[in-house]
Design a binder for this molecule. Sequence first.
Ligand code: MF3
Ligand code: CO
Ligand code: CO
Length: 301
Amino acid sequence: MLRKLGLLRIFQQRNFGKYEIVKPARISPILDVPENIDKPEYYQTCEPSPALGNPEIKNETQIQHMKASCRLASSILKDLNEFVQVGITTDDIDKYVHEKCIKHRAYPSPLYYRGFPKSICTSVNNVVCHGIPDNRKLINGDIINIDITVYFEGHHGDCSKTYLIGDVDEQGKELISLTEECLKKGISVCGPGVPFVEIGYSIEELATVHRYNVFPGVLGHGIGSYFHGAPDIYHTANTYPGTMESGMTFTIEPALTRGEQMIEVLEDGWTAVTADGARSAQAEHTILINDDGFVILTDQH
Ligand code: MF3
Ligand code: CO
Ligand code: CO
């Protein structure tokens, strides 16, 4: 019995596809942000201010600011289509995004957030999320999630996408496209009066039909003048209370795997990897609930 299980595990491992297991590499010095750029509160202390207990209902002015920051985050993600390729390092991507933010007078939200040392998160292959940009070069066959959040007009806009580097095997391609489908499905159920739990049920259902797992520990979140706040958005079956209301803004950001749901956080305190080495893909949008349903605020990419 035991032996059989052991063999099965090896078989599954092989069956995850053709890719390199990624280990953290060297991190370059922290980049500067010019004085004239408006910074979030945690820039000084590394600690965000305590978040509101309940989901915030935003007024028209706040919504306009959210639209501006989300548009910017998403347009930078789109620009990366031209830039991301074999041979560049995740640190090169970080520098590119950092400079774009500054050019637009925006602050790259991850920088100093709870002490995070870089301006974006880059999560390659078996890294689920919160990968720290370093000097590892992208190689043919990698998949990489790039997660961009900008602080602009006093508000954060958050989005991410998983890119294919060169020739990715069929399993990698399927993982990415199903992840995008799951994000779309989770968004499609949203609207005023809809319980938050609907998002998780709908996403997990679609993933399960295709025999993929959704990481229960990776959550979406309310967003505004704060990076992370109420509500928590589960991407799996859950009992989180409450319903969506017009004026709420939050992210949906499911991460999927063909492997198991166990995640390990590495010694750097950030990099979350799959325990079994399987690949993970993620996709993220920030959305607004309005009287008619929802608006995808990060829809430029
Ligand atoms: N952008 C990530 C999210 O989607 C959060 C990154 S926090 C950081 O919620 F500190 F790692 F940047
Ligand atoms: Co994000
Ligand atoms: Co997010």
